[in-house]
Design a protein around this ligand. Structure first.
Ligand code: BG6
Length: 517
């Protein structure tokens, strides 16, 4: 049985007033999503890689789950000249392999408009196309503009949308206007501030949805539920009981066909500024007083503000950087990073980083957080591990000469969507000895309902206007402020900063990573 937020609030009020409520919240209580309002989704970069690989399949998958508004139009916008029919053909190719029984109906929601990203006239034309579509399909005149374009076009496109009056939520048009921006949000603090400033010239912060697909992963969302919906873990979640936290996002893939972007960004910008910082904040944050976007995002920002800044000289001790060499992954030989097409043969771009981070606040003082991410590692695996302190006194050690393992809580994000808790028990049998055992919870256990992929969830939340799983401006800027000294120490000046270490593809990264631990 499901209850709406209002019903739950009413129930809480009733309990506070000491009366009996007729509503018993079932253990699986969830908030009900109301019907979705009609809208038009405009995808800039509609012929690009992101649209074809992610957005098209995810939108179609939402459609198949009846999770798009009843009245919706999807407008592809890109430079190429193309008819609606040709665009529909392209999207059809992008969803090959999916259930095509409802394709024809979905195809009828797709439109195409060629745009030039340097032409105000082109955006005036787009504006008239959208007004016509509002009459046909979007009575509430709500619009989402999705930037699936290269970041270098973000500011110019926002300016053109603003100049064409497309960013405004006018009384006359009455609908909402939202802007979805993909990472990277700038390439350092200065450019992030400049991007935010330009976006804010035309859009209010509440109109902007900065996507981080990690936040929309089921198991990442679950970190908050696990921590704050259970009373038994939170009392242990601090420096008194936690020895260290390890957050790993390992990938077996290499740079694929994104060398141009990756050469400019490297692993620190690609994974740390966004995904790793979000995972860190979810583990380290204080409990927000309500499950609402800004309450949660406020707490995350407090974590970012508490991060101990590393000076460039500290970086040598706290950061290990690596780059993959040729090796073997899944039984196949793969080239080294410098041999990948489009990569400079002398490239110093790191494809691996391990960073030791401290959160300087009352809760976490002295507890190291180890963040590790890299490409072409032994396997694809994302997890958060909390190692608890050793038992303060071991009555067994003297007696049995055994070393007793620490309790470990593992929050598996991918591919193991599991939570494990390891602890010690007596080994059955006559001999008195201990063994380490594991209690496992499978995230999907006893659940048979639909599951949303991260991008599906992000698109749905944007249609619903929920910012919970999106970056807020101050978070982005704080995250860059933390990363900047590390980037400064690492980039183009390997004599000052941590030296780039090479690792064979298919291994767990540079040997020296152990020097951090
Ligand atoms: C993206 C990075 O944000 O995340 C990619 O740009 C990386 O380089 C990807 O491969 C990893 O995401 P996931 O969901 O596959 O872990």
């Amino acid at each position: 049985m499901e209850y709406s937020r209002e019903e739950i609030d009413r129930h809480i009020d009733t309990v506070i007033k000491g009366q009996t409520s007729d509503l018993r919240i079932p253990p699986e209580a969830c908030l009900v999503d109301g019907p979705l309002e009609s809208c038009t989704i405009v995808i800039f970069g509609a012929t690009g890689d992101l649209t074809m690989r992610k957005l098209a399949p995810e939108l179609y998958s939402l459609y198949l789950k009846d999770a798009l508004p009843d009245s919706v139009a999807i407008v592809g916008a890109a430079r190429a000249e193309m008819s609606h029919a040709q665009f529909r053909e392209r999207i059809r190719d992008a969803v090959t392999g999916m259930d095509l029984s409802r394709w024809d109906r979905f195809a009828s929601l797709l439109y195409y408009q060629s745009v030039r990203f340097d032409s105000p006239a082109s955006f005036t034309q787009l504006s008239s196309t959208l007004s016509e579509l509002d009459n046909e399909r979007n009575p509430l005149c709500n619009r989402i503009f999705y930037f699936a374009i290269p970041p270098s076009l973000y500011e110019g496109t926002a300016e053109l949308l603003g100049a064409a009056g497309l960013s405004q939520e006018t009384e006359e048009r009455n609908g909402w206007v939202r802007l979805v921006v993909e990472k990277p949000f700038g390439r350092d603090l200065k450019t992030a501030i400049s991007l935010n400033r330009t976006l804010h010239k035309h859009f209010k912060e509440r109109q902007i949805f900065r996507i981080d697909h990690y936040l929309a992963k089921e198991t990442v969302q679950n970190v908050l539920m696990f921590r704050f919906a259970n009373a038994i873990f939170e009392p242990l979640w601090n420096r008194m009981f936690v020895d260290r936290v390890t957050i790993t996002a390992a990938e077996s893939l290499g740079v694929e066909n994104r060398a141009r972007y990756y050469e400019e960004s490297g692993v620190l910008r690609d994974m740390f500024q966004n995904h790793m910082m979000q995972l860190l904040s979810l583990v380290a944050m204080e409990p927000p007083s309500r499950m609402e976007a800004d309450y949660v995002r406020d707490e995350k920002c407090k974590v970012f503000r508490s991060l101990r800044l590393l000076s460039p000289s500290d970086a040598t001790r706290h950061v290990v950087l690596g780059q993959y060499l040729a090796g073997t992954v899944d039984g196949k030989s793969v080239p080294g990073y410098r041999q990948e097409p489009g990569v400079n043969p002398d490239s110093l771009t790191p494809t691996f980083a391990a960073v030791r981070v401290f959160v300087d606040n009352w809760r976490w003082q002295g507890v190291p957080f180890y963040l590790t991410s890299g490409k072409r590692l032994a396997k694809k695996m994302t997890e958060i591990v909390i190692d608890f302190k050793k038992a303060p006194h071991s009555m067994f050690r003297g007696l049995l000469g055994e070393s007793i393992g620490q309790n470990r809580l593992t929050l598996g994000i991918y591919p193991d969507e599991k939570i494990h808790l390891s602890f010690q028990t007596k080994n059955p049998g006559a001999k008195v000895c201990l063994r380490s055992v594991r209690m496992d919870f499978d995230y999907r256990q006893d659940y048979t309902g639909p599951v949303l992929d991260a991008y599906e969830k992000a698109i749905m939340d944007c249609i619903q206007g929920d910012h919970m799983l999106f970056w807020r401006q101050d978070g982005v800027e704080l995250s860059w402020s933390f990363l900047e000294p590390i980037l400064e120490a690492c980039e183009d000046c390997f004599d000052k900063g941590p030296e780039l270490q090479f690792y064979a593809a298919g291994t767990w990264g540079p040997q020296d990573e152990d020097a951090l631990t």
